[in-house]
Design a protein around this ligand. Sequence first.
Ligand code: ADP
Ligand code: MG
Length: 258
Amino acid sequence: MTTLEIRDLHVSVETEDGAKEILRGVDLTINSGETHAIMGPNGSGKSTLAYSIAGHPKYKVTGGTVTLDGEDVLAMKVDERARAGLFLAMQYPVEVPGVTVSNFLRTAKTAIDGEAPKLRTWVKDVRSVMDGLRIDPAFADRNVNEGFSGGEKKRHEILQMELLKPRIAILDETDSGLDVDALKVVSEGVNRVKSTSDVGVMLITHYTRILRYIRPDFVHVFVDGRIVEEGGPELADRLEDEGYDRFLSAATATTTTA
Ligand code: ADP
Ligand code: MG
C-alpha cells in the first residue's frame, strides 16, 4: 500500500514581474489502487501541481508538504522521486535529441530498478507493450519525441508507464490531441497497468471524455490554484453538462471580496 499525501501545498513561479503564486493550498491524498481525476479550466495550475510533485526546478514550493509513505518527496532530487515510484506523463513531452526510444527506456528502467533488465525478457516486454499500444516497432529506433505526432508522444508516455510500473502515476492531459481510436488505445494501456499493479493514478484532464475509458474513483475540481469541490464519478458527469462556469464565478467572487 502506497500513499501520496499533499498538504497545503503552495507553489510559485518566477516571472518577469517577480514571483507569482500559482498553487494556493492544495490538499490531496492518493492511495495505491485509486484513480483521482483532477479537472479544471486552463490556467488553473494543474500542470504546475504535476511538475511540482515531479520536482521541476522552475516551480518553487513556498509552503506545505508532499510525502510518499511518509517520506519527504520535496527533499528528494528528481531522479530520487522517480526511483521512489513517482511517474509523470507530461502534457508537452520534450524532445531528447540523439537518444533513441529503445535506449531511453532501458536507461530509465535501469535507473529506477537499480539494475539493468535482463535483455531477453526486456526486449520481449518492450515489444509486447508497443504492440498493445499499436506502436510501430521501427519507433524504437527513433529519437525520443523528435518529430513525433501528438498521438505518438502520448503513446510513448504510456509505453514508459507500462514498462516502468510506477507506484503513483501522474498523467497530465494524456487525452489532449488524441482522436477517439488513439484515446482508446492509450486508455487501455493505463487500464492494463491498473489491473496488473496497485498503481495510484492522478489523471489530470480538462475534458470528461477520457473518464469514459478510465473510470475515476474520485473527482476533484481544480480552480485558481486549489481544489474547490470533490466527489465521485458523478461529479464528472455534472461537469460535462455544466462546465466550469459555476466554479469560475465563485472564484471571482472570492477574489473580489478578499
Ligand atoms: P493548467 O495546467 O491548469 O492549464 P498551468 O499549471 O499550466 O495550468 O498554469 C497555471 C498558471 O501558471 C497560468 O497562469 C500560467 O501562465 C502560469 N505558469 C505556469 N508555468 C509558468 C512558468 N513557467 N512561468 C510563468 N508562468 C507560469
Ligand atoms: Mg496543463
